[in-house]
Ligand binder design. Sequence first.
Ligand SMILES: Cc1cc2nc3c(=O)[nH]c(=O)nc-3n(C[C@H](O)[C@H](O)[C@H](O)COP(=O)(O)OP(=O)(O)OC[C@H]3O[C@@H](n4cnc5c(N)ncnc54)[C@H](O)[C@@H]3O)c2cc1C
Length: 331
Amino acid sequence: MSENKGVLVYCESAGGKLTTTATELLGAGSRLAKASGEELNAVLIGSGVSGLAQEAIAYGAQKVYVVEEPLLKDYSTEPYLMALEEIVRQVAPEIILLGQTATGRDLAPWLAFHLNTGATMDCIALEIDPGSKRLLMTRPVYGGNAQAVQVCEFNPQIATVRTKAMAPLAKDSTRQGQVIKVVAEIDPAAIKTRVIERKLEAAAGVKLEEARVVVSGGRGMGSTDGFKQLAEIAGVLKGAVGATRPPCDKKWVADTQQIGLTGKVVSPDLYIAVGLSGASQHVSGFSSAKVIVAINKDPEANIFKVAHYGIVADWKAVLPAFTAELKEVAG
Ligand SMILES: Cc1cc2nc3c(=O)[nH]c(=O)nc-3n(C[C@H](O)[C@H](O)[C@H](O)COP(=O)(O)OP(=O)(O)OC[C@H]3O[C@@H](n4cnc5c(N)ncnc54)[C@H](O)[C@@H]3O)c2cc1C
């Protein structure tokens, strides 16, 4: 256990840039590395990712390990796991951070299993225990009604971190670091899945996971038209529209807009919940939102237990005036 040292951040990229989650992880990793007097290192895996190493350094990484390989053009579990495991075995970090993203949610448990350690998923706070020097990993439990602080007794300690839970460091392009190219032994025969087609989702505006304002609707919206009103509010507040499961099942909105246990996890500054009851499976997807506003005609609805501000009313009576007022305030 004592041989493992430092923090290793698995950086994801999209559209030729590091994702915001990656920069946030580097920020969190750098604070942990400082607290334990160790190095912060980063990993980039893929095809055409070498150019992002300097960006990772600008966001705080001291060394960046790069696995550049055509077989890694598209994400699939087996080759990415092979590449990451190879680096982890070489670097022997004490802490590994990944995003609570589709990729991180897939890779972290596999990696933990291969390394005979544990993975703590969906963390919203991380700190080094001053006494034991172990990583204290805080995550929401019971559908966001409580928080658990977990400690892993084995190394490496692996955590996935919720998007927007951590602050990135200010980008500093003058920061110096080392880029290390790693050749991973990837056996093509071990790759069991292959991407045969990629369909880009036509999405306008802000990405749901990164939005500072999320306006969500539930079954009570009644139709696609109800969601158009939510889209108008989201447009005024430069936010994104989310949903509970029923509107996705009914195809009023895209499946990708579902928030919750089996959907996306968001951490906006403002979450406006309209015509949804506040089932725990939904609340777990936004429990770290800073301010929650609920509109529901049922005063007993569970959403009022988690909301900071509540309006007991039929949304049809409230939203037009609410939207008009927002437009006026937004100028
Ligand atoms: C394993 C599992 C995983 C799940 N994962 C998820 C998940 O990821 N995300 C998720 O959302 N759900 C998930 N669910 C489903 C979840 O349990 C709830 O069924 C769902 O969240 C309820 O959605 P809702 O609040 O829109 O609907 P309802 O519970 O039916 O609530 C509708 C609300 O709208 C209000 N309302 C109706 N009309 C109006 C009106 N005109 N004005 C104002 N208010 C009105 C009602 O008072 C009511 O409170 C999961 C369930 C299971 C079992």
